[in-house]
Design a protein around this ligand. Sequence first.
Ligand SMILES: [Zn+2]
Length: 205
Amino acid sequence: MIYYSYGDRAIPEIALTFDDGPNPPFTYYLLDILDDLGIRANFFLLGYLAQKYPQAVIEIRDRGHLIGAHGYIHHRKERPDFVLGARILQDITGKRPKFYRPPYGNLKLCQGSPVFSQKDNKIILWDVDPQDWKFLSVDILYQKIKKAVRNGSIIDLHDGSQHYEERGVRPFYMLEVLPRIIQELHSQGFIFKRLDEMKLVPLKF
Ligand SMILES: [Zn+2]
């Protein structure tokens, strides 16, 4: 199976990816930040939350971001059901998702799922993981991202959480740091891209 963790290291293009949503109202705050800065990003959505908040999914699409699938549920061992998750997203957006990210980046969870026998479907991991889910401080998060980003980087962030009790608090630091880090990376010459606009480097497992 082929997967991707980064793009061309010779081109100053990077991708912001946001997992575990949609998670209103935080997803809407995030969309406003991205609009203000003129950035298009990538969202890996959970099927059961898309079902609950279809309007947020439509909003993500209408504001020009790429919608990827993160499975129907989010569990360490249970099958994420990529087929059902993708079908829900397709029903809402009218488009079949082509970019997939397994929960926890666990490639084993992709094995055996029929969506990956489809040739144009891509599995996307990341090469920059600032662990925003750990409730680090804004400054630590900022430094972690700044230090790790290189040409072609795919940055893993979260506007949602699979845990209900975390859903209202998890994105706070990320949302606070985001405008600052985007401006910093812009000033270093990086261009933010959708994954379908990037030249990705295929890896195998
Ligand atoms: Zn996740």
